[in-house]
Design a binder for this molecule. Structure first.
Ligand code: SF4
Ligand code: SF4
Ligand code: FES
Length: 324
């Protein structure tokens, strides 16, 4: 079968911007996008730059944008892409600087991984006298790493992240999932866990995620970074990190729903910014706009029917929750 591939090209030595280039190639059954790109490089244009190594979805180096979404080229079937989209377009990962053609600069990705201290800070290492040093997680009760260890550092989640698109400083899904890996490790010292969580409360940390779920959708290893971020948030709240806007939003939201059975948009902004004059001044324009558009309900409106049943249900949920 004769196929046309549209590949985004960019050579910093001659191009001011990226541009598409078409290649025609005879393809066989069972070929992957990476197979086709290697043949294009070998048979059509040796200057095409791409990165790959294992060709088996292990090394993570062939992640790129295929027909608009982040995928590993070595495990993306040409036939399936064609059936779904009717064409094959290939571009580098988004949100990372392009070095050449399909090769992106991963330096910022690695720095963010390094910044979350992706190593174990053990409470009992080296071994104290008279105590055997546990060296395996199985020595402890029920270790759960939630598949975060399966990450192959491909960068697809960062490329798909809607927050990273507008805020390059955001720690990002891969690094935050890595932080969660160590939070889940029963061998880590409690003081280290606290320090780890404390560092993630800052701007660009766990509260910046908008929970768009794109990192979960594109991850080729089912790491589910967004769920890792939610675990980090829950652990932060349980350990008393409650002063950030994000934490206050969650606590204010649940308080209001528990008290009134629904969200009250008139009170919610105050739950987030508090009664400090600076915060109130910041939300004043938004409040006025909402008022003018009739979006602010009466904060003292009537109680919902069945509210007491709902509150009893919430109390049962709270008491059934395992202790922090
Ligand atoms: S869920 Fe959060 S971390 Fe994941 S892509 Fe969306 S904003 Fe980024
Ligand atoms: S979390 Fe998934 S998408 Fe992100 S770097 Fe790891 S393997 Fe790739
Ligand atoms: S070449 Fe290693 S993951 Fe694709």
């Amino acid at each position: 079968m004769h196929l046309t591939f549209t590949i985004q090209r960019f050579n910093p030595e001659v191009d001011s911007t990226a541009h598409p280039q078409e290649f025609r190639l005879d393809v066989g059954r069972g070929m992957t996008v990476l197979d086709a790109l290697i043949r294009i490089k070998n048979e059509c244009d040796g200057s095409l730059a791409l990165r790959y190594s294992c060709r088996s979805a292990i090394c993570g180096s062939c992640a790129m944008t295929i027909n608009g979404s982040e995928k590993l080229a070595c495990r993306t079937s040409l036939r399936k892409e064609l059936e779904r989209h009717g064409h094959i377009t290939v571009a580098p990962l988004r949100n990372l600087p392009v070095i050449k053609d399909l090769v992106v600069d991963m330096a910022s990705f690695w720095k963010k991984i390094h910044d979350v201290h992706p190593w174990l800070v053990s409470a009992v290492w080296p071994a104290q006298e008279g105590l055997p040093a546990p060296t395996k997680a199985e020595d402890q009760a029920n270790p759960q790493f939630h598949n975060v260890d399966a990450c192959i550092m491909c960068g697809a989640c960062v490329a798909a992240c809607t927050v990273h698109e507008v805020s390059k400083g955001f720690a990002g899904p891969a690094a935050l999932a890595k932080a969660d890996r160590f939070l889940s490790d029963p061998r880590e010292a409690p003081s280290a866990t606290r320090a780890r969580l404390s560092a993630l409360q800052d701007d660009n940390g766990i509260w910046d995620c908008t929970r768009c779920n794109f990192c979960v959708e594109v991850c080729p290893k089912d790491v589910k970074p967004m769920e890792a971020i939610i675990r980090l948030r829950r652990a932060s709240l349980e350990r008393g990190f409650t002063t950030t806007g994000g934490a206050r939003h969650i606590l204010g939201f649940t308080d209001l729903v528990e008290q009134q059975g629904r969200l009250n948009e008139a009170i919610m902004p105050l739950k987030v910014v508090g009664f400090a004059p600076r915060g109130m001044l910041r939300i004043l324009p938004l409040g006025l706009t909402m008022l003018l558009k009739g979006k602010i309900p009466n904060p003292f409106g009537h109680a919902l029917l069945g509210l007491s049943h709902f509150q009893a249900f919430m109390r049962r949920v709270r008491s059934a929750r395992p202790p922090a």
